[in-house]
Design a protein around this ligand. Structure first.
Ligand code: SIN
Length: 312
């Protein structure tokens, strides 16, 4: 019997596939649709201290090879999402979920996380260190000093399971430096990767989205090789207690299989979920199971991280 069940920290999931933060997760209604699908879990839209309208529209566009977005963290405020995941947590037979959060400054991030620490929510939190779309706010995880400072402070008061959503890194030295930072902390997981920040897509002579004169995060087919490289680079470098969630360019069972082969314990779907809707989880689960069955794998642990290299 082939199973795509998985575990992150002490939390069990019947399926290793779920949405990526930003897609199908703005409202309770959207989250409930993901919850009712074959997805093993959902992650909320990244919640900030106060609700935000985000950037002006058009701020998302599908392209032939994926998508570009500069949403600018529109969300209903972190307490909206905290209330919902806490409510679900208290229901019998509920799936386990991820609450995505970040402040617009380190001080705001600490204010939010202190409230989550004091709350009844005991589930997983994903701290988003990688949003490329808020004008004037850099992607935090590209600044290793600030990231170290934030995580040092966070773990002085935060005791619940916490992971971080990372931007893609592109240099072996940066993989080494980033892993050295994350290995200092009792993180439950890292999620690789957010969109490739600040790309530009042009139609005829005009940019596709309005914010930042068209600059936006790139998702979809464009980013799968970068996502796989980040998943595998961190799989090779992080303490085994820090698990990896793979995100980027997943639109088939084969893509999910490759993320797991590179070391992912869970796989998130962004652009393709936006394009296809929550029925995608059934299709990709069936495709992944068919590949596993063909190869004689019964569970994802049978091949997770077992990427082959070409020996001399
Ligand atoms: C956004 O709201 O701009 C996207 C969120 C993200 O990339 O972290």
């Amino acid at each position: 019997m082939v199973s795509t069940a998985t575990k992150i920290g002490n939390f069990d999931f019947d399926n290793c596939l779920m949405n990526a933060a930003g897609v199908y997760c703005m409202t309770r209604e959207e989250l409930a649709e993901i919850d009712a699908s074959l997805a093993g879990s959902f992650v909320t839209k990244t919640g900030t201290l106060e609700a935000r309208d985000g950037n002006p529209e058009p701020r998302y566009a599908d392209t032939l090879l994926g998508s570009i977005n500069s949403m600018g963290l529109p969300n209903k405020g972190f307490d909206y999402y905290l209330d919902y995941v806490t409510e679900l947590q208290n229901q019998p037979n509920s799936k386990n979920h991820f609450l995505s959060l970040v402040g617009l400054s380190p001080a705001e991030t600490h204010t939010i996380l202190k409230q989550v620490e004091a709350s009844d929510y005991t589930g997983l939190v994903e701290l988003n260190l990688s949003c490329p779309n808020v004008p004037g706010k850099p992607q935090i995880a590209y600044d290793f000093e600030t990231t170290t400072e934030i995580l040092t402070e966070v773990f002085s008061y935060y005791t619940k399971p916490l992971g971080v959503k990372l931007p893609p890194y592109f240099d072996i030295v940066h993989f080494d430096q980033a892993a050295a930072v994350f290995n200092q902390f009792p993180l439950t997981f890292v999620n690789c990767v957010n969109s490739i920040g600040n790309g530009l897509v042009i139609d005829d002579e005009t940019v596709l989205i309005r914010p930042k004169n068209g600059f936006g995060g790139i998702g979809g087919d464009y980013i799968k090789p970068t996502a796989l490289a980040n998943v595998h680079a961190f799989y090779q470098r992080l303490n085994p207690s820090i698990q990896i969630i793979g995100t980027g360019g997943v639109k088939s069972g084969r893509d999910a299989f490759e993320h797991i082969l590179c070391g992912a314990s869970m796989v998130q779907i962004g652009t393709a979920l936006h394009q296809e809707g929550p029925a995608i989880f059934e299709r990709i689960t069936n495709e992944l199971k068919a590949i596993m069955s063909e190869k004689g794998y019964e569970k994802i642990e049978d091949f997770r991280g077992k990427l082959n290299y070409i020996e001399a």
